[in-house]
Each structure stands twice: as C-alpha cells, then as structure tokens.
Design a protein around this ligand. Structure first.
Ligand code: 6R9
Length: 658
C-alpha cells in the first residue's frame, strides 16, 4: 500500500516522542485515567445499547424515549438505525433547554467579523429568539417538514441561525460552502430539490468583497424549483433582487412572531445533507439524521474537547464543511457551550489574526486545521509571541494528517507545552470524530490521532481483508456502526451501501490508509482513493478533470495530488490538447479559470503539465500511480511500468515536467 503523502508519513515513522497530559490539565479533566478510559471503551463496544442509552440520557433531551437503541444489518438487508421510536428536536436541544436556568444569559455564539470593529454576541436567549423568528420566516415562505433548504452564506451569524431554524421546523438543510462557484451551487440545489435558497448580498474574503448573490443568481437561473431566495444584507451595497423571488432577511424578520414550537422529529428523520467528493462522478449528498447525530456530536464534543461551562470554544472551520456543522454549531450548542465564529482568514490583514482573536476573546479551546498551522508557522514565531495566548488550555487539529514538525510547533509555540493537542480523525460521512485522544488521559505522539472514541472499533487491514501487523500500512476500516454514521446518499438509496460497505464484509471502508503501532495508536496516511485533500478540503480528481475537458481545446486530462508544504496536497493536472492546438500562457490561464468557474477557487490547479500522451494500460486505463510519482518528483520509485501500452512515454513526462 502506498500513501500519497510520503513526506509526512516518512517523518511520522521515525517519530518516537510521547507527551503525557499536563498534570494541571489532568486534575480537572472529565476522564483522567487511561485505565478508566479503556474500561469505558470496552463497555461501549461490548454493551453498546447500555452505553449509548446512557450518553443519550445524559447529553440530549428527548420528547419521547426510544424503543430500541442500536439496530443494524450491514449485510443483505442493509440498514442502520439508532433510537427507534424516539422523538427530539435538534434546535430545542441547542437552545430551548438552556433557557431554563442560568445559561439563558450565557453567550451562545460570539461572532467576530473580518473587519476588526464588527462583532456580535448572542446569548442563548437571544439566539433562540432569532432562530424562532427565522423559522417563522421559512414557514411563511412555504417551507414544511422534510423540504430542503440550500444555504449559501459566508461565516456570519445568520448561517448558524439558518441551520437551527431549519432544524426547528424539520426542514433539511444543505449548506454549500460560500467559496463554491455558481455551477457547483446549481448542481447541489438541483440534486437536493431545494425550493428555498438563503444567501447574502456580499461576503468578505481577505479584504475583498465577494459577490455571493451574483453567484446565487447565476445558479438559480437553471433551478425552476426555487420559489424564494432570502438575502442577508452583509454590507450596505446593492445587489440585483428578482421581484417575487428574492426577499431581504431583515425585512422578513420584521413581520414575524418570535414564538415557534419545535417540530417533534423522529430520531431517524433527516437533519441535513452535506455534499462531499468521492473518487467518481459528482459530489454526493451525505445524509445525516437527527437522534444518532445529535448524541454523537454532543458526546464527542464534551469528551474530546473536555468542555467546561466557563470555556470559550473556537472552531475555525467554515460551516460549509462538516467540522463547522458538528463542532461550531450542533455539538457546542447542544452542550450549552460558548462557540466562537470568525468570518476572516488567518493571515489578513496581518499574519497574527488568529492569535489576535484568541487574545481578544480569551479563547480556551482552539480547533483548527494543519494547513492553517503550517502557514502560520511559516510566517514566523514573532506573530504569536506578541499576543497573549495564556487563556488556551486545549488545542485541536482536523482535516488532514498533521506532520510532526507542525505538531511540535503548535505544541510549543502556541500551547507553551501546557496544552494537550487532540488530533481528531473523522469524515463528513462519520458525523463526528472517530479517532482522537481524550486529552486528560491519553499520552500524545506527534502525528498520531491515537485511539478510537467510545463505540468505535477501528482496524487496519490488508488488501485481502486480513488484519495488518503492527506498523504495517493498510486500509482503515470500522467494524461496526456508531450513532453518528451517515444514513444514506441523498436521492440514491443503493449508493450508501455500495460505496462504503462492499469492499470488506460488515465493515465501513474509510478510503484512508493507516498503520497501527505497538501501543495500538493509529497513524493516518492519507486517502487511498482518487480524492485529494487540499488544505483539508476534499476534492475528487474526477471533478477537476471533467472541468478541464470542458475546455474546447483539451483532449484529455488526468489530475493527481502532490505534496505541498502549506496545503498538504496540491493539484497537479496533466493535460493533453487536441491536434494542432499550441500551448500558450493564455491557455494555461484559461484552464485555471475554467476550473475556478466550474468548481471554485479551492480547485485551482497548482501545476498544469501539457503532454502529448498519458501513461495508459493496454485496456486504456490511466496509471495514476505513476503520474503521482512523477508529480512528486519521485522518479526512482515509479514501480512496475510493464503494464503500460507504451512505456516510452514515461521519459517524455519526466523531461517535460514543468
Ligand atoms: C472532518 C473532515 C475527510 C478526510 C479523511 C482523511 C482526512 C480528516 C484527519 C484526516 C488525518 C486527521 N482527515 N481528519 N487525516 N488526520 N486528523 O475533514 O471531513 O472533509 O469529509 O474529509 O480528511 O483523509 O478521509 P472531510
């Protein structure tokens, strides 16, 4: 098994350092003994019904309790169900139940805008009021239980309010990351059959104004099913408003009541759809349901971030990704936490913006991505050193493997060796974190996500399905379901089983490579499929290829990831042109532009390599393994090239490398 992230894997193989939880942290931690954690973990696997019933009672409030906790069949009669017969509401759990006691006046959401002077704080009481009102706006626009609502917003409070308002009335939200293009938005609106789109006139991005509404307009021209579009006025600028379809958020909010009873949802009623890339075709709509997801997001949040009521928790992920759903909105708010939302980017207007926000709000728990850590590390220590970061007591990492060098910098320079780091491995499909240390009891090894969470049984297996030896690389699989696992691919009932459960019987196939060391710790090694991970964002190579071949001069394209210092992986596109087309700089720019237009700026190729031919097998299959090696400059380990129809093209690719 080869990994696509050879740099970080090599350095993690020689990584032997171990860091025990700091005593001050242990003293107050929810779980501070490794043996207690291991005992609880065993119980969670041996008696899952008891375990999850206990967590469900403790962390979630139900309108009606369940008839059964966990039921599933991963074989022929495939189904997964948690909390059968139970009733709850996600927004009630995130808001109403905190209003009874002192928490009603606690900050639920602290929002810091990109401009320094713009910030807002919502107490639980205030957030509840906004959510109820917006839920009534949605109702007045005809949204009913089960309807889909597409949300295309920048990181502003209205984003969290929209999610919770949908959840309140049982509408299924589908958040589309604000950085995606009009085309990507259009595909997602059409696939989900949304009839409402929520957007804003503009958004800030590193000092520039992004015309979000214009993108939404372009997307909606092809979406006849959209009956209303609600527009937040983020900045005082005009944008086109279509009569009879587009409505201003603030105007709609004036006319509605602040009373909205939460819908009683079945535990298995859908809560949201979130599109994510796989190795083939268009992104799929990962569907999560209500009961299991809420129990899992809240339980992982409380244990892994060791959350205490007085903490300020900051997850830097955009709500357009699953991390923002589970650990900016649902997990923290269900736990009654103070969740910080930041509109800006790490390095604008100065490279210390994150540290400035931590200092300003006295952030206690900070959860970000390795790509951000690496880019801030590159900017130099002087930026964090001139800020007061003493409020931090726990750091987190998510989205891609963290290389030990970046881990050490995060630990020393940001955490001052006093804060544990939770390296949390999970996926859109898993709903919440599956592998991570519990910070009060699990000794840390830089670069390892350590051990599976309660209820999660993970294994590393070989191609033939047998279990890999200690430190032998293989495929990471999960041998039983857990409450937060996705329940389906929206609009394609067979796809869930056929994508994740067919590789190895009775196992969820993660598509990640991993090894397990002598202490049972997991070391993640990157994707083993054709998904690349750009700054923690998933992208299918097939998606980028299909945008490139949409250009009239392109004959064929093959896209692979290659190691990138900051982004983790970069995009390397091999392109063959139609006959008699000549290569020019303009053509290169056009190709980059077409990908940005079809998918969005995150998919811009870093390298375009024009070539006359691609390495193919006799049956015409492109050998990406070789393309990946050439992109990485690893010419000495190309592996077996005898299956190529024309082995001589390899030399041409190597010498023609840009
Ligand atoms: C939560 C999220 C999932 C893919 C996953 C893996 C990579 C995420 C990681 C990690 C190593 C970690 N990944 N966290 N790899 N260590 N701590 O990122 O979801 O966008 O669906 O991406 O990200 O490759 O398969 P998603």
């Amino acid at each position: 098994m080869t990994s696509k992230k050879s740099g970080s894997v090599e350095s993690s193989l020689i990584e032997k350092r171990v860091f025990n939880p700091p005593p001050e942290f242990m003293e107050k931690a929810r779980i501070n003994s490794l043996s207690q954690f291991k005992q609880m973990w065993r119980d969670s696997i041996e008696k899952p019904d008891e375990f999850w019933a206990g967590m469900a009672e403790e962390h979630i409030e139900w309108f009606k309790k369940w008839d059964a906790v966990e039921e599933y069949d991963l074989g022929d009669n495939f189904f997964i169900r948690y909390f059968r017969g139970a009733k709850l509401n996600a927004s009630f759990n995130c808001l109403d139940r905190h209003l009874r006691g002192w928490r009603r006046n606690k900050a639920a959401l602290i929002w810091q805008g990109e401009p320094y002077e713009e910030s807002r704080t919502y107490t639980y009481l205030q957030l509840h009021r906004e959510v109820c009102k917006f839920a009534n706006v949605l109702k007045s626009r005809g949204v009913k239980k089960g309807d889909r609502v597409t949300i295309y917003l920048p990181m502003i409070p209205e984003l969290a309010i929209s999610l919770l308002a949908c959840a309140r009335i049982g509408a299924i939200h589908s958040v589309v990351f604000g950085g995606f293009s009009a085309e990507a938005l259009r595909d997602r609106i059409l696939n989900s059959g949304a009839k409402i789109v929520i957007t804003s006139n503009f958004g800030y991005r590193a000092g520039r104004l992004i015309p979000i509404k214009e993108n939404a307009d372009n997307a909606m021209t092809c979406c006849n099913g959209v009956t209303s579009c609600i527009v937040v006025k983020r900045v005082d600028h005009n944008c086109a408003m279509t009569e009879g379809r587009d409505y201003w958020w603030h105007e709609q909010m004036e006319a509605v009541s602040a009373v909205c009873e939460p819908e009683q949802m079945d535990a298995e009623d859908p809560l949201f759809i979130l599109y994510t890339s796989g190795s083939t075709g268009k992104p799929k709509g990962v569907l999560h349901t209500t009961g299991g997801y809420m129990v899992y997001a809240t339980t992982t949040f409380k244990y892994i971030f060791d959350y205490r009521d007085e903490d300020v928790f900051w997850c830097t992920a955009d709500v357009g990704w699953v991390t923002g759903h589970s650990y900016l909105v649902y997990g923290p708010l269900a736990a009654g936490a103070t969740s910080l939302m930041f509109e800006g980017v790490p390095n604008y207007p100065e490279p210390d913006r994150f540290w400035e926000v931590i200092e300003k709000y006295r952030v206690n728990i900070f959860y970000t991505a390795p790509t951000a850590i690496r880019s801030m590390m590159k900017d130099g220590d002087k930026w964090p050193l001139r800020r007061d970061l003493s409020s931090l007591r726990l750091l987190g990492s998510v989205g891609e493997p963290i290389n030990p060098e970046a881990w050490m910098w995060y630990y020393r320079t940001i955490g001052k060796e006093k804060t544990p780091i939770v390296d949390t491995w999970w996926q859109t499909e898993t709903g919440g974190i599956l592998i991570s240390p519990l910070p009060g009891c699990v000794p840390l090894k830089p670069g390892s996500a350590t051990l599976p969470f309660f209820g999660v049984n993970a294994k590393v297996i070989r191609q033939d399905g047998s279990e890999a030896d200690v430190n032998e690389g293989g495929y990471l699989v999960i041998t039983r379901p857990w409450p937060g696992i996705m329940r389906g691919v929206y609009g394609d009932p067979e796809k869930f089983k056929n994508t994740y459960f067919v590789q190895y019987p009775d196992c969820y196939f993660t598509s990640d490579g991993a090894r397990r060391d002598e202490d049972g710790y997991f070391w993640l090694m990157g994707r083993v499929d054709d998904v690349i991970n750009i700054s923690g964002h998933r992208l299918g190579t097939a998606e980028v290829e299909s945008s490139l071949v949409a250009h009239p001069k392109v004959a064929e394209a093959a896209v692979v990831g290659f190691p990138h210092d900051i982004k983790g992986e970069g995009i390397y596109a091999y392109v063959t042109l139609k006959e008699e087309v000549t290569v020019t700089d303009d053509l290169k720019s056009e190709l980059i532009a077409i990908v940005r237009k079809e998918i969005g700026p995150i998919a811009s190729p870093d390298v375009i390599h024009f070539t006359n031919s691609l390495p193919k097998t006799r049956s015409g299959k492109i050998l990406r393994r070789i393309l990946r090696k050439i992109a990485a400059g690893d010419f000495d380990h190309l592996g077996d090239t005898t299956t190529l129809a024309d082995p001589s093209i390899i030399q041409g690719l190597i010498t023609g490398k840009p």
